[in-house]
Design a protein around this ligand. Structure first.
Ligand code: HPA
Length: 247
């Protein structure tokens, strides 16, 4: 079993990863965000890819999600943990919280979002009723419980286009729609993972209250501060999961 970690904002590299090699991958869909880092973490074989590039320069709407997921699949990966910074909407999703969402609502547009569009012999519709891999979600939840890392174990992730943050009314609408978190990268990433039959789950770190919910402006400085705390929890969670798997 090989696992990939897609690092989001606040997680440009994985603490404790023993790097074995870096691999520049060219895919039929173009270049991934960065070379793949192959290494070992807690005795497990791991591939790490920073979603926004090595220097955090690629905004959410310009990420080549197809190249990223194709490269990960090509590396022989079965499981993918996607780390993502989000804004919190539900009352229990305050800054610093780590959540393992179980649903997605997609508000993105204009992104290359499928592998099924050229040279088709038949039209394919993948089942996406449950967008996340429940086995991996449960693995993360159990690891969190075992390590005493408080997690929110569910949540609907609303995916906006970005890179701007939302208006207060947009967040009110997302809330009415049933979104508990808001971020910019879960789609098309999760959909492409399903098309490639990858077992994919998200570890979301809440960086801020979503627009209009705290009465304060959302600043990059505040986001960075809250992510630091949350990413330490995510790293501990992933190490625990891998340690348990390789025991
Ligand atoms: N909205 C969308 N994406 C985000 C946010 C937010 O408030 N915070 C971090 N990523």
């Amino acid at each position: 079993m090989k696992l990939a970690i897609i690092g989001g904002t606040g997680l440009a590299n994985m603490e404790g990863l023993e790097v074995v090699r870096r691999e520049v991958v060219h895919t039929p869909f173009g270049e991934p965000s960065a070379p793949l880092t192959h290494g070992r973490l807690e005795g497990a074989e791991v591939v790490f890819l920073p979603r926004h590039g090595s220097g955090h320069t690629i905004p959410p709407h310009q990420i080549n999600y197809r190249a990223n997921m194709w490269a990960i699949r090509h590396a022989g990966v079965d499981w993918v943990i996607a780390v993502a910074a989000t804004g919190g909407i539900r009352e229990d999703m305050g800054p610093g919280v780590v959540a393992i969402p179980d649903q997605i609502i997609d508000y993105t547009w204009g992104r290359d979002h499928t592998f099924y569009e050229h040279d088709l012999t038949h039209v394919t519709h993948v089942d996406f009723t449950d967008p996340y891999c429940e086995a991996l979600r449960q693995g993360l939840i159990q690891a969190g419980r075992a390590a005493g890392i408080g997690l929110v174990e569910d949540g609907a992730y609303g995916v906006t286009q970005g890179p701007r943050l939302e208006t207060a009314k947009e967040i009110e609408r997302l809330k009415r729609d049933g979104c508990d978190l808001v971020g910019m990268t879960a789609m098309p990433e999760a959909g492409l993972a399903r098309e490639l039959d990858l077992c994919y789950a998200t570890c979301s770190v809440v960086a801020n209250w979503a627009a209009g919910l705290s009465g304060e402006a959302i600043t990059m400085q505040g986001i960075r501060h809250n992510l630091e705390e949350g990413m330490l929890k995510v790293e501990a969670l992933i190490r625990r999961l891998l340690g348990d798997l390789t025991k």
